[in-house]
Ligand binder design. Sequence first.
Ligand SMILES: [Zn+2]
Length: 258
Amino acid sequence: MAFSRSDALVLREVRYKEADRILTLFTYDRGIVTAKARGAVRKSSRIAAATQQLTLSEMDFFENKGRLTVQEAVVKEPFEGLRMNFENYALGCYFAECIEAFVQEEQPDADAFQLILNSLYAISHELCSPLLVKAAFEIRLMCLMGYAPDLSGCCYCGKTDPVLPVLGVQSGHICCRECRKNGLGEGMYLCNASLGAMRYIAAAPAKRLFSFTLPEEALTRLNLATENYLAAQSGRRFSTLEYWKKTLSQSNALKVKI
Ligand SMILES: [Zn+2]
């Protein structure tokens, strides 16, 4: 039996029995863990708010035979802006699913932890466009997880600035549209601006990750490339991404060409 304390982001919550929550947490100290929060569904529970999905809290854990229980939890950042905007909440859930898909359980990862917190914060506080944050999150996560695309130049002719660049979502290479051969697999069309943004995201200091701008069309192109790249590298579909797209088409607040 042991007690421990860590900052923890609630990636997912599942109701269990009458009033308990089973939480999937991304903790700063231990990485992704599962923990039970007894009675947390009850409004009167002192840990109800701190154990909600997409909340950053300081949590005290009690561990017994490898099972974690949340003893105390205090909200550090509620990301309230996400709760007031259905689309942005859905996008936050997608970020959480990406983290769960790529970060290994019980392996601390300070960079990935900071990435998702900064991304949720930027959307919640409307620091920049959700599309910009999404593309930056996707490519930066791939870089952190060892799936960085090779953006140095055309993989066929070597030009550092390919003409009408294409990103191979399986291979992680770029090439000119005219150099494209069958070997590249499924490719996503980029442009000079969206390729430049991708290079920026891969290399920028964490604090400057969202400090770039793109015209709307290039931003849309970038987003389609980054989400397809992430999906191809993971080899799976993300139900939260599909859900987010549905929220967009309902409100028409943001247009993403699919
Ligand atoms: Zn080329």
